[in-house]
Design a protein around this ligand. Structure first.
Ligand code: BEZ
Length: 202
């Protein structure tokens, strides 16, 4: 399998952490690419019409995207029910947590593009503020959850979202007034799957 990859993408990291947890990392070849919304990557676009990473190439005809689909595919490949609980409250909790963390990543990545890619004269501060309101509200809701109850796709997604905030928005200081989330993130960051896949600026 080949994974379109950028070392700063938290969505790609989700896939890599999931693969590591499932013992599948060795079966995935990374194809490093650079892209932004205004500088798409042609080879990727021919395989994922939306042109986004991660995209996982299974064979010439089969390409999977985006991160929730790829991660669930990997879980099924490893036997199923490991990072995606099979049913019941555990499943819906994991999927909801994945959704909230993906929402944080979406808002953060869009803000990163706004600040790093959009020409200065076209920037819109109200829009950035609205993205940060989403991020802060989501973090406050995670602070109220008992995240230590499981380690699954919800946990993986949250860990990747928090470390992307550290990479690109350290000055936001998300740990301030969120002691439970801070403690959970520090403990989770020690897992081999997370230490082996640290985000990096290309
Ligand atoms: C970043 O550089 O922050 C980034 C790169 C690829 C995907 C998402 C974010």
């Amino acid at each position: 399998m080949q994974l379109y990859f950028n070392p700063a993408s938290p969505f790609v990291r989700k896939v890599r952490v999931t693969a590591h947890e499932l013992g599948l990392s060795e079966r995935i070849e990374l194809i490093g690419i650079m892209l932004t919304p205004v500088s798409p990557h042609d080879a990727l676009r021919s395989r994922n019409p939306i042109g986004k990473i991660p995209a996982l190439v299974l064979d010439e005809e089969t390409v999977l995207y985006d991160s929730p689909v790829i991660c669930e595919y990997l879980d099924a490949l490893a036997g199923g029910g490991r990072m995606f609980p099979a049913a019941g409250v555990a499943r819906w909790t994991a999927l909801r947590r994945q959704a909230i963390a993906d929402g944080i990543m979406d808002a953060a990545v869009l803000t990163r593009y706004e600040e790093a890619v959009r020409p200065k004269e076209l920037r819109w501060q109200d829009w950035v503020d609205a993205q940060f309101l989403k991020i802060r509200t989501a973090l406050d809701s995670l602070e109220r959850e008992n995240l230590a109850d499981a380690f699954d796709i919800g946990s993986i997604s949250i860990a990747c979202a928090l470390s992307y905030l550290d990479l690109r928005f350290a000055s936001e200081g998300w740990r301030t007034s969120r002691p439970r989330l801070t403690e959970w993130a520090a403990a989770t960051a020690q897992r081999p799957s997370l230490t082996a896949t640290a985000l990096a600026v290309p």
